[in-house]
Design a protein around this ligand. Sequence first.
Ligand SMILES: [Cu+2]
Length: 396
Amino acid sequence: MSCQSHWHTALGRTLGIILLILGTVGAGMSAAADASGWKIPPDPEIINFKRADATVVTQTLVAPPFLPKHEQVANGPPRLVKIRMDIVEREVEIAPGVFVWQMAFNNSVPGPVPVVHQYDWVELTLHNGASSRASFTINDGSGPNIMLHNVDFHASSGALGGGELTKVMPGQEVVLTWRAMKAGLFVYHCAPGGVMVPYHVVTGGNGALLVLPRKGLRDGYGNPIRYDRAFYFGEQDYYVPKNPDGTWKRSINYADQMGDMLKVMDGLIPTHVVFNGKTGALTTDIRLEAKVGETVLLLHSQANYPSWPHLIGGHGDWVWPYGKFNNQPDEGLESWAVVPGGTAAAVHTFHQPGLYVYLNHNLIMAFIKDAKAYIHVEGDWNNELMEQTSPPRVVE
Ligand SMILES: [Cu+2]
């Protein structure tokens, strides 16, 4: 070993020790502050704001895949947002000749997406309809609700997500007020206890609630993101029983269906996987549209099964892991994940016109089942991004 290299080694060791000490000090300091500078510490004034001082507003919920009218940035202190959800047991043809008795929050599967800001309160009136169906049009001739229902909000704290405090028998109504302390898209679902939990969830008793950061969404650099449209993809797995002759079994009511359905559920393989409650809901029944240059917020939940979203022809420009907006988003993803009982959120700015397919990139789920949606985008084609520079021609 030459003298010079020995000197280098010694210097290296000394530098290493200094860096180690600095690193230790740095780690100690970063316990209180985010090293990247991306995180914004919560405002104590907002956290300590009292419910009694909150302005009360009523939010009219709408059927998915759309969201109720909302502000992306909160103006003013936390509010108390009143919402109402009516539970309906109903029979729906989820695919040609395939009928499922559903448990539907507000007569839709998935349920509606309430939108609040972090530190707002949610005041939910939950109604389990015994006889009154006046507000809904149901063509299946179904009778009154039969079972007890409730709701577990993953966004809430305590009492099994509110499940313990929202149990309602047919004919009953309950009011639960809770504070949205975390930001993100959160699953909610019916959870009456025991085997009823998965039964009510796989028959449609689930949805998602959006809690926006008070200052709105931010990209990985900390810049504000404002979306022009938002679509909610509630993915649903179904376990439909069959008759001995191989045809799909149809039941007389929500309770009658349960025994046979539980046997299919026990195999853990869904017979149907769809977006927005039924086959073709977002490819045929509802036309999702956007324009070149628009930024679209893509919200996805799955209450019971994993999913792996992908936007064919686009990307997750920014993707929030687990759909939680106080974590720095990932940039430029091709596919991402939704865990069972969880969500994912992504934004994409459309650069080309045409048909985009948002799907579960387990392609069996997407194309043999029906976990997919179409987004039709209008605008001018950009040859710099893509051009068929030589059309197909015979070469052999
Ligand atoms: Cu239920």
